[in-house]
Design a protein around this ligand. Structure first.
Ligand SMILES: [Zn+2]
Length: 243
């Protein structure tokens, strides 16, 4: 979207989640705000859009978790938009869309409405968990990473790198659980055979669960190396099989 070539007053036809700017489109609500936040223009306006997102963005699912709502100030009454709205038809091949026709006098008013309506529909900018840059989030989209080339690599996107990290983390967690389950079986068998008392087993099981959780926490750290992972596994195995 070329913000520099936009001329005001700007006529925008909105129909549901789609809209047209003059003859251009259809775009999806939230796209323009995302593109604007991605650029480095007009910091004041970017801050205002971010405030709108912070205030109402939690309504997006999944955008933020419920915790963000506590203590939130649901008041943007100081931020208003004055624009003219009428209704019209927008012909398309084989039919027409019934549209709300907005006339905006500034880029700020257009973006404020575009983002606000986007949030109502479930679309909005989202910040990539890996590189921190904004990308367009469409309703129902569960991604948390963007599709740009990830920082520090040349070929893979944040989404690919992120998916890999989640996968590796899962494998690591499974490794720790496997060690725990194997040891549990072994000591449970001793309990059944009577070579371990109920009390001894309970003490072992409590310690084992604590050691397992400690290992899982250690594995949670970012960018954990293979050597360190092996070390955590080795230590866990040792601690769970002392006697
Ligand atoms: Zn990214």
């Amino acid at each position: 979207m070329d913000f520099d070539s936009m001329t005001f007053p700007l006529t925008v036809d909105i129909s549901g989640v789609q809209y047209w700017i003059g003859d251009e489109g259809p775009y999806k609500l939230g796209m323009a705000a995302t593109e604007f936040l991605t650029g480095d223009r007009d910091e004041e306006l970017r801050e205002e859009l971010e405030e709108l997102l912070r205030t109402f963005g939690f309504l997006l699912s999944p955008f933020a978790d419920g915790r963000a709502v506590a203590g939130k100030r649901f008041d943007l009454s100081g931020h208003t938009v004055g624009c003219v709205v009428s209704y019209g038809y927008r012909p398309i091949p084989g039919g027409a869309y019934f549209v709300e026709r907005y006339t905006f006098t500034s880029l700020r008013d257009f973006l404020f409405v575009e983002l606000g309506k986007g949030i109502l529909y479930g679309n909005a900018p989202r910040q990539c968990r890996l590189c921190g840059r904004w990308y367009f989030h469409e309703k129902g989209d569960r991604t948390i990473y963007c599709e740009r080339v990830a920082p520090g690599v040349t070929e893979r996107t944040c989404r690919e790198v992120g998916a890999r990290a989640v996968f590796e983390k899962k494998i690591q967690d499974e490794g720790a659980w496997k060690i725990y389950k194997r040891a549990y079986k072994k000591y449970y068998a001793r309990l059944m055979k009577g070579t371990m008392t109920q009390e001894e087993f309970k003490t072992w099981a409590d310690d084992a669960a604590a050691e397992r959780d400690k290992a899982l926490r250690q594995l949670q750290r970012e960018n954990i190396s293979e050597v360190l992972t092996e070390e955590i596994f080795r230590e866990l195995t040792e601690r769970l099989n002392r006697e």
